[in-house]
Write a protein that binds this ligand. Structure first.
Ligand code: SF4
Ligand code: FES
Length: 380
């Protein structure tokens, strides 16, 4: 099913990755039902230690990586976070902390900034406090995040606010942009839910109707004009309603890589949902070796692996056939065109799912969430 590495020329293997997303831990106090982490979360006992992460970042910088995205779970759950940031800064990497804010204090944020942190991305779940806490599965999360945003901007770090849009908050997409402005963010990312992993598990409770999605898209697009020069609005529109898919990850193993808490190197955060892919571990292999030779990274590089209609489509080097993980989730075969594409023979499945979701819009919401929790923890 996969192209052999030997068949890929150096152009297809691509240049060095631009970014490395480090899932420093899967531990997290929140339980967001759309979490991009896998359903089987890595236990604390297997996490890479400080020295192992330092080696990963040094190797990444040597290979040409520019950005280190420090994510989780909740990266603040790691006591060595400042040490990791200091190492990244020393290696010349631009560091971005992707955080829920829970577990951060004013002093800790100052410590991270002093260690060399360049940027912080803070998630918000809604502009309405009770709803935000319900979505996060954590009482008091909303008010805590207000304080964290203040502490971040007070130490002079540029702040981006991330908001994931779904059935429970889609009517307040515009209010979340306004909240981001009020919190002093320079950028806000409004991203409609992606349906793999926890998002797929909770799809019925998360997917909004077509009408609600269209209204939210129009509202956010209009706000781009209103807030031009005040805040940058990055808008990731819901692809279940699109005609063409997006080039997921900018193309498979083309621009970046993810490393899980226990060291598995992945071409994207959901790659482990694809059966038969073999993931090499940073404990055994260098980042350069993984980037160049890992079977999982080479599986969907180039275009040889494509089936029709992608194989003979003029857009195949624009969107690379869309998302492999979504193709697998909706068709059972990761080589298929992403069925979001109207040219896919499976496109009707996407439409059916979207229509069913629209019909069942009031059929559950937060009451029906399977919150993202470590297996060992009690449900919310
Ligand atoms: Fe993209 Fe494939 Fe659709 Fe062409 S057929 S637009 S390459 S997903
Ligand atoms: Fe894996 Fe899109 S999430 S390729």
């Amino acid at each position: 099913m996969t192209a052999s590495p030997a068949k890929l020329d150096s152009k297809e293997r691509g240049a060095a990755p631009v970014a490395l997303l480090a899932e420093l831990t899967h531990r997290c106090p929140l339980g967001c039902p759309y979490c991009s982490n896998p359903l089987a979360l890595d236990a604390r006992a297997g996490e890479l230690d400080t020295a192992e992460w330092a080696r990963v970042f040094s190797q990444a910088a040597q290979l040409g990586v520019l950005h280190a995205h420090l994510s989780g779970g909740e990266p603040a759950a790691r006591h060595d976070l400042a040490e990791i940031i200091a190492h990244c800064a020393k290696a010349g990497l631009y560091t971005n902390l992707i955080t829920s804010g829970i577990g951060l204090t004013q002093d800790r944020i100052k410590e991270l900034a002093d260690a060399g942190l360049d940027h912080a991305q803070l998630s918000i779940q809604d502009s309405d406090a009770p709803s935000a806490d319900r979505i996060a599965g954590y009482k008091g999360a909303f008010s805590r995040k207000q304080a964290v945003a203040q502490w971040i901007t007070r130490v002079g770090l540029p702040l981006t606010v991330n908001a994931v849009i779904h059935q429970a908050n889609i009517g307040r997409a515009g209010k979340m942009v306004r909240l981001a402005v009020a919190l002093g963010a320079r950028r806000v990312e409004i991203a409609h839910t992606q349906y793999y992993g926890w998002g797929l598990l909770n799809r019925a409770a998360l997917m909004p109707s077509r009408a609600a999605a269209d209204a939210a898209i129009a509202e956010v697009e209009a706000l781009k004009k209103t807030y031009a020069g005040v805040i940058v609005i990055d808008h990731v529109i819901p692809d279940y309603h699109a005609r063409y898919p997006k080039a997921c990850m900018g193309g498979w193993a083309k621009r970046g890589l993810n490393v899980t808490p226990s060291g598995r190197a992945l071409p994207c955060h959901a790659a482990e949902t694809i059966p038969d892919l073999v993931f090499w571990n940073v404990r055994d292999r260098s980042i350069e070796d993984i980037w160049t030779n890992s079977p999982a990274f080479n599986a969907f590089r180039g275009t040889d692996w494509m089936l029709e209609p992608c194989r003979s489509c003029p857009r195949k080097t624009i969107d690379y056939g869309g998302c492999r993980c979504q193709a697998l989730a909706l068709t059972g075969d990761a080589r298929e065109a992403d069925p979001v594409c109207h040219l896919s023979p499976h496109h009707d499945k996407v439409l059916k799912v979207a229509v069913l979701a629209a019909q069942g819009e009031d059929a559950g919401g937060a009451d029906a969430y399977s919150y993202r929790r470590m297996k060992s923890r009690e449900p919310a």
